[in-house]
Design a protein around this ligand. Structure first.
Ligand code: PHE
Length: 353
């Protein structure tokens, strides 16, 4: 009895409260990476030989008038430790399952696949047809200099196409422009390669036009160039006929009308028999039975010379077409603006194409 009294009087309650407070802070900050670590913490704090039981043993020595306060603190610590260890256990369980072959972060089915843009579909189809005819792909910059877009292509200095109405100039750099046609890629290919040259050049071009259903300030072209010995207009015609039949069907007919381009001589524009009525005349072809699809011609000897190719040895042909125009004929898109508005209701229509 004496001993117990002695112990009670001597018992340092303040140190015990401080110890509980330290444990509360410690438990609040506990962390665990896996189930084993959680179990180790449980043993450390909540098992028979754990911190909490040790406190309970000491609790018997707390003087009666302090029992209430110390008891409350021990309870606080106990609840906290139980909650903390349970929540750590749950957290590592979720992390461990997520690491299994089940990916809990994955978007549920059905996964919605994106679709290719109609202009990409048509571009790929054009490139594919010409690849089968031996053409290789060439590309060039959209921001170009005057030389590659105009001068090397035999445009006279005062040619109206250089006018502000057509060309976007880079402010303070009148020589730097946005290319207004993909013919600039012809120049870039010729300056680094001698014939035989057989390239197809798809790309975006820019013209200073008011935006409407029928015109836009940017659109897409595909240009073709073939230079070798003895290339003739008959070769051009045959390749274009093959292209038209692959693109629009084997019954398709073509016709060439004389035209003018600075970089080709002679030049022509090509029509295909109407893709809707086959030539009888309908609203699509405005009764004519024909639809214009591209410009073409024999490369002007002045262009060959300007680009370092001997025009006494080589001849060549070139052609250029608008991808939007071909897409319109294939899909009857009435308004050019739809191609650049990214309206998914429009784009979704090409899902199966
Ligand atoms: N570059 C011409 C245009 O933009 C098209 C074309 C290319 C015509 C090649 C003839 C030969 O209209």
């Amino acid at each position: 009895m004496r001993i117990i009294l002695y112990l009670c009087e001597d018992f340092d309650t303040t140190t015990m409260i401080e110890k509980i407070q330290k444990l509360i802070e410690e438990v609040g900050a506990l962390q665990a990476k896996n189930a084993d670590e959680v179990e180790a913490l449980r043993i450390k704090y909540l098992s028979k030989k754990g911190e909490l039981n040790a406190l309970m043993a000491d609790f018997r020595l707390v003087p009666a008038d302090m029992k209430k306060e110390v008891g409350m603190r021990i309870n606080e610590l106990k609840t906290l430790a139980l909650d903390k260890i349970n929540s750590l256990r749950e957290a590592v369980q979720v992390a461990e399952t997520a690491g299994d072959d089940v990916d809990l972060t994955r978007t549920p089915y059905p996964v919605r696949l994106g679709t290719r843009h109609p202009l990409t579909l048509v571009r790929n189809e054009i490139v594919d047809i010409f690849s089968r005819l031996g053409f290789t792909l060439a590309e060039g910059p959209e921001v170009e200099d005057d030389w590659h877009v105009y001068s090397s292509m035999n445009f006279a200095d005062d040619h109206p196409a250089r006018d502000m109405q057509d060309t976007f100039f880079v402010e303070a750099h009148p020589d730097i422009i946005l290319r207004s046609h993909t013919s600039s890629v012809q120049a870039r290919v010729m300056e680094r390669q001698q014939p035989p040259i057989r390239v197809i050049c798809p790309g975006r071009v820019y013209r200073n036009e008011a935006i409407s259903a029928r015109a836009h300030c940017f659109f897409h072209q595909v240009e073709g160039l073939y230079i070798d010995k003895n290339v003739s207009f008959a070769d051009l015609k045959q390749v274009l006929l093959l292209f038209a039949q692959e693109m629009f069907g084997s019954d398709t007919k073509i016709r060439l009308r004389p035209s003018y381009f600075p970089f080709t001589e002679p030049s022509a524009e090509m029509d295909v028999s109407c893709t809707i009525c086959g030539g009888k005349g309908c609203s699509m072809c405005k009764g004519a039975g024909w639809l214009e699809i591209l410009g073409c011609g024999m490369v002007d000897p002045a262009v060959l010379e300007a680009n370092g190719i001997d025009s006494t040895q080589y001849t060549g042909y070139a052609f250029g077409m608008g991808i939007e125009r071909i897409a319109n004929l294939k899909y009857q898109v009435k308004d050019l603006r739809l191609f650049s508005e990214n309206d998914v209701r429009f784009l979704d229509e090409f899902e199966s194409a």
